[in-house]
Unconditional design. Structure first.
Length: 135
């Protein structure tokens, strides 16, 4: 992750894209006379277009793994509740819990497949200006 460089003034075009390095909003800049875009947040995290895309791809993968972790937690708690009901003869219907348990497992598998089938583009190109990532 790029380190913050310097606080910025209010120049640049504010985007609706969140900074991968903090919770700030990114502003979009043209870098010099070339076609390169820079994205900079208020605290100074700076990205080229391709480095921002890569950072967002990484954030997306992290979010999907977090979702899988949550599914596993819900699955464990669902199983524990079903066990408690069974072992203690509790007067609680288990059809809904059984159905949700199957659904949770299927949904987690779908997300895992999404992660495994994701094709990350190779964004390293000649002429990509790495200066935006340097202090
Ligand atoms: Zn930031």
């Amino acid at each position: 992750m790029p380190q913050p460089t310097r606080p910025l003034s209010s120049d640049g075009q504010v985007t609706e894209i969140g900074c991968p390095g903090c919770s700030g909003v990114l502003s979009q800049w043209m870098d010099g006379d070339g076609p390169h875009l820079r994205f900079v947040c208020k605290v100074g995290h700076a990205y080229t277009l391709s480095s921002l895309l890569q950072a967002k791809e990484a954030q997306l993968e992290d979010a999907l793994w977090s979702a899988i972790s949550l599914f596993q937690h819900v699955e464990m708690l669902d199983e524990l509740l079903l066990k408690q009901i069974d072992e203690n003869g509790l007067p609680i219907g288990t059809e809904g819990l059984d159905a949700r348990l199957q659904q949770i497992r299927a949904q987690a598998a779908l997300i895992r497949t999404m992660i495994e089938e994701t094709v990350s583009p190779d964004l390293e190109q000649e002429g990509d200006d790495p200066r935006a990532d340097s202090p």
